[in-house]
Design a protein around this ligand. Sequence first.
Ligand code: C5P
Length: 461
Amino acid sequence: MNTAFVQKAREIAVEIGKRNDFLVVGNYDADGISSTGIMCTALNRLGKKFSTKILKQLYEEEIEKIAGTAQNYIFIDFGSGQLGLLKKIVKENFFVIDHHQPEKEEWPFHLNPLLFGVDGGSEISAAGTAYMVARELGDNRDLSALAVVGALGDMQEQSTGLSGHNREILEEGIGKGVLSKKNDLKLYGRISRPLVQFLQFSSNPIIPGLTANEKACSEFILGTGVDLKEGETWRNYESLSPEEKKRLATALILHMNKNNVPDWKIQAMFGEVYTLEKESRQSPLRDAKEFGTVMNACGRWGHSDIALSLCLGDRAEAYHVALGLLAEHRKQLREGIELMKERGVEEYKNFYFFDAGDRIKDSIIGIVAGMLYGSGAISENKPIIALTHNPDGSVKASGRATGELVRRGLNLGKAFKELQARWGEGTEGGGHAVAAGVKFPAEKKQEFLKELGEILGKQVS
Ligand code: C5P
């Protein structure tokens, strides 16, 4: 790990150790809630007094509401882009633990991998950064499992799996017995979906003839000699014997080949998967990726308290509520994708664009946009920008890109920050190179399309 980064995490931990009475303010996505869970568990183990608040975004009006309500504040998974506002409004006694593009502001209690040349988009997430502090606060290496959940929730895995600091955190978790890794079929839902739905709902990649075709999926699986049920229970992929898994995987490869799916897409279906060893065998929380989706399902639908309870270990009431929210979340994502496909995506010179009107909530518009790449509706040569209209007259745009576009210079977070700098009051944007968001007044839509096109064009030229 980067020595200066570790040293800074230690300094922050020492300072936190000296204080008491914290308000931990975290972002409402999977990474933000994992990091909040890590920090709260560490504080709890030290016997510190704390409360929590989960927010969609650290907008100025939110900071104003928070200021003066606690003795100390820890902002997690946002704050680096709002240091100026925090200094102006909260003034003192606050810590920022984040991995988003930082503002050029000095603050002594600011931990961000980007300040140490560590890539906060692919090598470590907010959860990993919070874990760096937690491991200095006590014997907290078991929390590495949540750090991995956060990293996957922020889509930090590369084609070879987790890398950089994320990989070292993973190894610490394996050493502690809370995590394991293996190479396997990576399709989403290996634990939470019955076999037929496992194939039927595969959107990344689309499996020709099988995706969205229940009957074909069931025939396909039975054709490989794999039973769909064990007694009365539908089997999931994880419950298959190694031999059955191999038969199903081979049949899938042959099927994709026969349907002219490019080799790289077939290879991308396989890779490292990460298991939380302490979770029960049938639980979606056992798969690190699915744990992240469960948290998004809670956090992005206004139930971040449930997601946080999961991170703090509740496997009773919160767990059951979370499973219900997960089913609803998936339904909304499916409907969002259907809407985008039905209405069609507009193609501009430097990006794809979709205006969802008020049909998709601002909290999931970015996820839906990202899923479009896997669905085959757009190609991977440009980023996708999706827009949704809020009841207050503002619009929220979410952008998603591919790793390849970022390697060519694209940075959506910077592009949206630039719009914020140009337009001033009423526009707030930021995020990562691959995934970012911006809120602005609806009447600026045409200017947005024009100016964003120019900014993105310059980035990749
Ligand atoms: O909302 P969405 O999922 O599109 O956000 C993508 C990323 O951009 C998230 O990491 C989010 O925290 C960040 N973001 C930001 N400032 C905004 C909106 C989003 O930093 N105004």
